[in-house]
Structure formats: structure tokens, C-alpha cells
Design a protein around this ligand. Structure first.
Ligand code: CP
Ligand code: NVA
Length: 312
């Protein structure tokens, strides 16, 4: 990964993901290190964020590095200044850029003009750092990943795309229940199906939440209306109303199933009131694990490791 971009989970292999998880577990136990001393990360966001911004800022600080945050209003990507020029200017100042953009093409353009690595901090197509933190969380809760079944209920969105790719790369079965017009994109599905075939697991796409959740080890959902889709909120509330994860649906999952959500959540919409606060919910572990997996990722991408960690 050193020197490369992370725009999609598909930029990683199954081995890379396993290594990141093992390093993140070590880093979680070790706390603060100085392996990125002298390194700087630009955090450039076109959309709001709590978890991603805080976890990237703290990940750099806890590894001895620095960050520069550029807010949506300051960036003016493609408006105040062209994306290629922003990429080339930032590359003269910092060692890596993490960007949250509306369009995935903006990220691709940033990456093609930047001479430093670019990390996807969420685009309309993918949210790879979230999927990595999610696999770390599942690994901790289930003592491994291979052979487990993850059921995603809801929109075939950025979070679903990255999870589907990540699950199939590490040998987890992936099921997704979405309304007909809100399925995952065919191009990402085809890519994931190739990984699933190689890993010997299955991907199931259905319109029925009950089919997806039946016997699953992990039940996962996300908002019905993602950032940038606010104009569609009424239509989406109508179309997704039977895709709510509630006690009745969750009771169809495996006995020790865990419930996951990337947050922020809309309680009363994609999840019933209270269910994210139940013992099955691991949503705050997921949020915490953004920090640990991103520390492992930054160490891997910026190549600053001087203290050999177990697993390296
Ligand atoms: N899950 C996640 O990416 O949260 P933020 O939008 O708050 O960064
Ligand atoms: N799908 C959501 C995820 C937020 C972390 C969005 O893009 O808004």
C-alpha cells in the first residue's frame, strides 16, 4: 500500500485487509506511538463529518503526525479552484490527502493529479475506511471473519458497496435486501462476485429483508437518504418503509447476531427506536474502531513504521 491511493476497498487485497486488522488490534493495545513524526495529512471535506474527521485527526496525532483540516466552505473544490490545481498545490505541502467528496469522480481526479496518496473519506460510491473499521469490529466480536454471513438491509449505497467488496475479499457471505430501484451498482456487484468466487463465498441480492437477515451473524443498516440526496427524502421514506431494522426483523437473525450501523442514525426510520441501544448493537465499537484501523492504514500508507509491531 505504501505510496498508493485508497479510493476503493478494491485497491486492497484480502491479505492487505487481514494485515490492517491485525495491526489495528496491536495499535489499539499500544496507544500513542511516534512512527509518523514529521508527516502531515490534509483532511479536505465537502460534506459534514463527526467520526471520520475526529478519527483521522487523532490517528495522525497518536502516531506523532500533524493534520490540516479544510472545511466544506474553505475548499470550493472545482469552484474556487480546479480539482487538478488543488491536488498539485496540496501535494507540495502534505504527505497524504484524505478527502470526502460528493462525486467519486472528484476523488479520482484528485488522485490522478496528486503526487501524494489520496484516501477516500466517503464519496457517493464508497466508504472504504468505514468498511475496514466494520471488519475489525466483526473480527473482535466473532473471533474471525471467514464463513460468517453479513446481511445489509437498505439502500445499495456507498457503505453497502464498500462492505460488499470487503466481505467478499475476506471470505464472508454477503446478503443485501434493497428495493428494486435502490440496488447496489452492477459494476461493483460484478467485482465483488469475482472476489466471492475466489474466496468460496456467496453474494445474495434480494428485495426481501427477511430473506437477507435469516440466520445471519451480522445485521447491518445505514440511512435511507445519504448526504447529497436530501431532495429525495420523502420518496425514500416511502420506498424504504418496510426495510426498517426492528426487533421483529432482528429476531430472524442468528442467535448471537450483532447489529451494525456506521452512524449517524435516524432512529425511527432505518432502525426502530431503542434498537441501537440494545445489547446486540455494536455501533459505538464501530465508531471507536475507525480510529484504530485508520492508524494502521496511515502507518501502512505513509510507511513510517520504526517500531516493529507483532504482525509486521
Ligand atoms: N460513519 C461516518 O463516516 O461518520 P461521519 O459522517 O460522522 O464521519
Ligand atoms: N450513506 C451515508 C453514510 C454516512 C457515514 C452517507 O453517505 O451520508
Amino acid at each position: 500500500m505504501k505510496g498508493k491511493d485508497l479510493l476503493s476497498v478494491a485497491d486492497l487485497g484480502g491479505e492487505d485487509i487481514r494485515l490492517l486488522i491485525s495491526d489495528a488490534i496491536d495499535m489499539k493495545a499500544q496507544g500513542w506511538l511516534s512512527i509518523l513524526s514529521g508527516k502531515t495529512l490534509a483532511i479536505m471535506f465537502e460534506k459534514p463529518s463527526l467520526r471520520t474527521r475526529v478519527s483521522f485527526e487523532l490517528a495522525m496525532r497518536q502516531l506523532g503526525g500533524q493534520t490540516v483540516y479544510l472545511s466544506p466552505a474553505e475548499v470550493g473544490l472545482g469552484e474556487r479552484e480546479s480539482v487538478p490545481d488543488v491536488a498539485r498545490v496540496l501535494s507540495r505541502y502534505v504527505d497524504a490527502i484524505t478527502a470526502r467528496t460528493f462525486s467519486h469522480q472528484t476523488l479520482e481526479s484528485l488522485a490522478s493529479y496528486a503526487s501524494v496518496p489520496v484516501i477516500n473519506a466517503l464519496s457517493d460510491l464508497e466508504h472504504p475506511c468505514q468498511a475496514l473499521a466494520d471488519l475489525l469490529t466483526i473480527h473482535e466480536k466473532k473471533n474471525g471473519l471467514e464463513g460468517l454471513t453479513l446481511a445489509f438491509v437498505g439502500d445499495g449505497n456507498n457503505v453497502a458497496h464498500s462492505l460488499m467488496l470487503a466481505a467478499s475479499l475476506v471470505g464472508m457471505n454477503f446478503r443485501i435486501a434493497s428495493p428494486a430501484d435502490y440496488r447496489v451498482q452492477d459494476r461493483i456487484l460484478n467485482l465483488a462476485q469475482g472476489y466471492a468466487l475466489a474466496s468460496g463465498v456467496e453474494i445474495v441480492c434480494t428485495e426481501e429483508p427477511q430473506v437477507a437477515v435469516s440466520g445471519a451473524d451480522v445485521v447491518y443498516t445505514d440511512v435511507w437518504t445519504s448526504m447529497g440526496q436530501e431532495a429525495e427524502v420523502d420518496e425514500r421514506r416511502r420506498v424504504f418503509s418496510r426495510y426498517q431494522v426492528n426487533n421483529e426483523l432482528l429476531s430472524l437473525a442468528g442467535e448471537d447476531a450483532i447489529l451494525m450501523h456506521p452512524l449517524p442514525a435516524h432512529r425511527g426510520e432505518e432502525v426502530s427506536e431503542g434498537i441501537l441501544d440494545s445489547p446486540q448493537s455494536v455501533v459505538f465499537d464501530q465508531a471507536e474502531n475507525r480510529l484504530h484501523i485508520q492508524k494502521a492504514l496511515l502507518a501502512m500508507m505513509l510507511g513510517g513504521l520504526e517500531i516493529p509491531l507483532p504482525g509486521y
